[in-house]
Design a protein around this ligand. Structure first.
Ligand code: AMP
Ligand code: MG
Length: 461
C-alpha cells in the first residue's frame, strides 16, 4: 500500500492554502471501499481493515504535510470567503502521468472552519459515495469516492449522528471560487501564479499560446456545459451550484442537497433554502453560465488591456456556449427518444416532456418504458402515432435503467445505523451497471410512493 504524493499546489503562494492535520480518530471502521478505483490508482491494497483505514487517513505517511485550500464563492448569489472548512488534501497522487487530488472530507477543523466542527455525518458521506460513483458509471464526469470510514464519534447535527470521513478523488479541486479568492487578494503576481498553475495542471497544451487565457476560458465553458448536458440527460439536480461548488476540472463536485429527479418537473429544486428556484433542474445551464461569467471577471485584465474589449470577447464566448447548449440539448433529447438527430424533433420532445410533467411521470422510467413500448396508450396514444413515424434507431448508454434515488439511499442509510450493510453493498453493485440492469429488482428502480418522497435534502454536513 503506497501513495505516490508529489504536491504542486503547495508551491503556490501560501495564501492559497493552510497546513492542516486530520483529527486523530480513535475507532475508524471501513464502511465502503472502492477496490476498482484503488486498482486504477495503483494502490496495491491488500491489508486488514485497520491498516487500510490508517493508510487512507494518512497515518502511515512519513511526512505528514497535509493542507486545506482557501477559496471564496457566491452562495445563492452572495459573495463570501470560504475555504475547506471540513476537508484537507492528503496529497496529489501521481500514477502514469495522471495527477489525482486525494481529499479527506469530514476530517476535522481547519483554519477555514468558521463556527463549524469540521466533521461530517455518516449518512451524507455514504450518499456522496453512492451518488458520485453512480455518476461515474453513468458516464457523467464526477469526483470519485475511494472510501467511507466511520470515525466512531458521535457528532451533533439536528440530533447526534455517527461521524464519518469520505476519501474523495478529483482531477483537481480548483474552483471558480478559488479564482474569486485569488482576485480579491489584489496582488497581480499571486493571481498570475494561480492562473498559470491552473493552465499547467488542467490544460498544459495551451501554455505557450499567446491568447491562452481566452482559450482556457473557452475550454472550461465547453467542459462545464457538456457536464450540465449530462446532468439533464440523467435527470440530476445538483442543488447548490454556488461558484465554490463548480470545479474547473469539469467534474461534478460536492454532493450536498442533490437528487435524481423522480417525477418530471423542470422547476424542481432540492435545497431547503432555494426558495426562488435559482438551482432548479431547468435553470442549471443558465446558472452555469452565470458562474462562468464570475470566473471570467477575475481575469478580464489578462484578456485585453482595454476592459471593454475584454468584456466583449468574454460575452461572445458565453453567448456561443449558450447557443451551443440549446442545440446540444435537442440532440441529446433526440437520442433519448431514439430519433435521428438531424430531424426537426423539437415539438415531439416538448410534447413528450409536457405529458410527463402533467401526468407526474418518472423521468427515468418513462424513457425506459418508451424503449420497451409499454407506455400508457391513454396518455401517449396520439403522441405515439406521430413518434412511430419518426423513430429511427437505437442509441446505447443514453437512458439509464437504474439511478441512485434518494428514497432508496435514505432507507439504506437508516439500515446502516443498525449495522445492517447488505442493502448498501447490493445497491452499490447495482449502480455499477446503470445501462445494463434490465432485470434489476423493482426495489431499486421503482419511483418513491407518496409517503417515501424526499422533497428536500439538507446541506450534507
Ligand atoms: P458545502 O455546502 O458542503 O459546499 O460547504 C460550504 C462551506 O461550508 C465550505 O467552505 C465547507 O468547507 C464549509 N462547511 C460545511 N460543513 C462544515 C463543517 N461541519 N465544519 C466546518 N465547515 C463546514
Ligand atoms: Mg462545497
Amino acid at each position: 500500500m503506497n501513495w505516490n504524493f508529489q504536491n504542486t499546489y503547495t508551491k503556490l503562494p501560501n495564501v492559497y492554502y493552510s497546513d492542516t492535520k486530520p483529527h486523530n480518530f480513535v475507532n475508524p471502521r471501513l464502511i465502503l471501499f472502492n477496490s476498482d478505483l484503488a486498482n486504477e490508482l495503483n494502490l496495491n491494497v491488500n491489508s486488514n481493515e485497520e491498516e487500510i483505514c490508517d493508510f487512507l487517513l494518512g497515518k502511515k505517511n512519513k511526512e505528514k504535510k497535509f493542507f486545506s485550500q482557501a477559496y471564496a464563492g457566491h452562495q445563492f448569489g452572495n459573495f463570501t470567503i470560504l475555504g475547506d472548512g471540513r476537508a484537507l488534501l492528503l496529497g496529489e497522487h501521481v500514477y502514469k502521468n495522471n495527477r489525482f487530488d486525494i481529499q479527506l472530507k469530514g476530517s476535522g477543523q481547519t483554519p477555514y472552519s468558521r463556527n463549524g466542527d469540521g466533521k461530517a455525518a455518516l449518512g451524507p458521506m455514504i450518499r456522496e459515495y453512492l451518488v458520485s460513483e453512480a455518476m461515474h458509471h453513468l458516464h457523467v464526469s464526477s469526483t470519485r469516492a475511494l472510501a467511507v470510514i466511520s470515525t466512531g464519534e458521535k457528532i451533533m447535527r439536528e440530533k447526534f449522528e455517527p461521524g464519518a470521513v469520505l476519501v474523495r478523488v478529483a482531477k483537481s479541486h480548483i474552483r471558480v471560487g478559488t479564482f474569486q479568492f485569488g482576485s480579491i487578494l489584489k496582488n497581480k503576481n499571486y493571481f498570475n501564479n494561480l492562473i498559470d498553475y491552473t493552465i499547467s495542471r488542467l490544460h498544459p497544451e495551451i501554455k505557450n499560446k499567446s491568447d491562452k487565457y481566452l482559450i482556457l476560458f473557452n475550454k472550461i465553458c465547453e467542459q462545464q456545459m457538456s457536464l450540465i448536458l449530462d446532468w439533464m440527460r440523467v435527470g440530476f439536480i445538483h442543488g447548490v451550484m454556488n461558484t465554490d461548488n463548480m470545479s474547473l476540472s469539469g467534474e461534478t463536485i460536492d454532493y450536498g442537497p442533490c437528487a435524481f429527479m423522480d417525477n418530471y418537473n423542470p422547476k424542481r429544486v432540492y435545497s431547503s433554502i432555494d426558495k426562488m428556484g435559482r438551482y432548479s433542474f431547468e435553470n442549471q445551464s443558465k446558472i452555469a453560465l452565470w458562474n462562468l461569467a464570475r470566473f471570467a471577471e477575475t481575469f478580464l485584465h489578462l484578456v485585453d488591456k482595454n476592459e471593454k474589449n475584454s468584456i466583449k470577447l468574454i460575452e461572445e464566448i458565453l453567448e456561443k456556449h449558450n447557443k451551443k447548449f440549446q442545440e446540444s440539448w435537442i440532440n441529446m433529447m433526440s437520442k433519448k427518444l431514439n430519433l435521428e438527430i438531424t430531424g426537426d424533433n423539437k415539438k415531439l420532445i416538448k410534447d413528450f416532456l409536457d405529458l410527463m410533467h402533467i401526468y407526474k411521470l418518472d423521468y427515468t422510467n418513462t424513457f425506459v418504458s418508451l424503449e420497451k413500448d409499454i407506455l400508457d396508450k391513454k396518455i401517449f396514444g396520439d403522441w405515439l402515432t406521430k413518434y412511430k413515424s419518426m423513430v429511427s434507431k437505437k442509441y446505447d448508454e443514453i437512458n439509464p435503467r437504474v439511478i441512485p434515488r434518494n428514497h432508496i439511499i435514505e432507507n439504506i442509510i437508516n439500515k446502516t445505523y443498525d449495522d445492517e450493510f447488505s442493502e448498501l453493498n447490493k445497491f452499490n453493485e447495482v449502480l455499477k451497471k446503470p445501462y445494463e440492469n434490465d432485470n434489476v429488482g423493482h426495489e431499486f428502480t421503482n419511483p418513491p410512493q407518496e409517503h417515501e418522497k424526499v422533497y428536500q435534502t439538507f446541506c450534507g454536513t
